[in-house]
Design a protein around this ligand. Structure first.
Ligand code: T46
Length: 133
């Protein structure tokens, strides 16, 4: 599966912690877009239910926690994002669902491309079909 946990470089001291991601080191692609999801009203809410054709993303919870379920058509893996220095890289062609958001969760996503609805596959059968091509 083209997905992995990336640990940001962190500098803790008595004033707190500074974490950094730099292009070519922790950041695997130049960032063209940033968005964040927060205020998810209940642990029962599930978001996502799509894959991307070309988009690469790096996701992390700057506050609180959530879980991301990834599916590449062969296997499914759950990744718990519960620390601001722990990011999840997701390559293209992976179905994702996000769930189990804590009340204080802020899921920040750094994206390799601008927003395009054409890059989404929002139907699971179509996603599985796309993996056969
Ligand atoms: C993803 C997961 C992790 C925009 O107008 N611009 C944007 O850049 C984005 C990301 C969304 N939107 C609009 C489109 C929808 O009307 O925001 C609304 C909610 O988007 P969506 O239902 O796709 O949100 P999620 O949480 O299901 O998925 C999002 C991202 O869309 C997706 O790329 O990988 O978070």
């Amino acid at each position: 599966m083209d997905a992995k946990i990336v640990m940001m470089r962190s500098f803790p001291d008595k004033r707190g912690t500074l974490s950094v991601g730099e292009l070519g080191k922790e950041m695997p692609f130049p960032v063209k877009r940033i968005y964040y999801i927060y205020g998810v009203p209940s642990k029962d809410i599930r978001r996502g239910y799509h894959s991307h054709k070309a988009l690469r993303q790096l996701c992390l919870c700057t506050s609180g926690s959530c879980t991301m379920m990834l599916d590449d058509g062969k296997e499914r893996c759950d990744f718990v994002l519960d620390s601001p220095d722990k990011a999840l890289y997701i390559g293209p062609g992976i179905w994702r669902e996000m769930y189990d958001f804590s009340e204080d969760a802020v899921l920040m996503v750094l994206a390799s491309e601008e927003y395009s609805e054409d890059d989404y596959i929002r139907d699971y059968d179509e996603f599985i079909e796309s993996k056969r091509d």
